[in-house]
Design a protein around this ligand. Sequence first.
Ligand code: PLP
Length: 323
Amino acid sequence: MSFGSGKIWMNGTFVDWEDAKIHVGAHVVHYGSGVFEGARCYNTPNGSACFRLDTHIRRLYDSAKIYRMAYDIGAEGFEAAVLDTIRENHYKECYIRPLLYRGYETLGVNPFSCPVDAVIMVWEWGAYLGEDSLKNGVDVQVSSWGRGAPNRFPSSAKSTANYANSQLIKMEAVVNGYAEGIALDPAGHLSEGSGQNLFLVRDGMLTTPPLASSALAGITRDCVITLANDLDIPVREEMQPRESLYISDEVFFTGTAAEITPIRSVDRITIGSGKRGPITEVIQRRFFDIIHGREPDTHGWLTYVYSSGESEKAAETEAPARG
Ligand SMILES: Cc1ncc(COP(=O)(O)O)c(C=O)c1O
């Protein structure tokens, strides 16, 4: 199955993909009043496993709290609903998209009278920037669009409204012939991509912009910091000027969708050797080995989806193995 088929969880009920509809008068359609997550389930030798599902659902509930939204099944209930949705669709491997949004009631800007509704969608989604990008890297530009200023749009909340800015960054990059754009924060420091965090390597030191530079607290970003510590690679969060990109030995993106994607050029300036660098490669390999269950899950990042009997049923719908 792929995008466009299967069942969608809507407020606790499974609905056929084509019937999962909301009213055009729903608050979220007009005012971007939604918060969401993007997580993944991977096929491992021990069965299908969601990667850091608890952390993703915690961030979903944090985003909801910032926007004064409550959804009463709680984070644990929501995690269980995600696992049920994968089982219902018999996926071995999939992308997971939970969304909480203000539904249909009134259309004043004040959302309080509108219900908070929820959906969970799952579908097969391969490498976000293309399978080749994980090995050979991507060409990107520094965007002419900046990230939001602190105390304007909370960048720690994964709100649908923030993705108006992301769309401007992404569309400009695509129109200019790049895979992605890197946005600067309001003071001109490096921030992040349209849907990815950013890492730089110079002289063996790994750096990433701090959250105060309007970057999302990425879960893959946190994994990379953890794995760098495990591998004794020095890592720090640091505000950096745009030109740090051009003189880095290696640059890469991190994200649930993009996973760990090397950047081979920025604004047509070649980064390092123009190939995936050695530190990117070692961290990427460790990351893929853990998510695909080839190395022990020492950080407790995997949540298994099926009991053994169920996983045989899931195996009937094979998804391509990756990484
Ligand atoms: C704006 C933005 N930054 C960074 C990320 C990476 O976050 P994560 O690694 O949690 O997917 C994402 C993706 O969710 C994003 O949308």
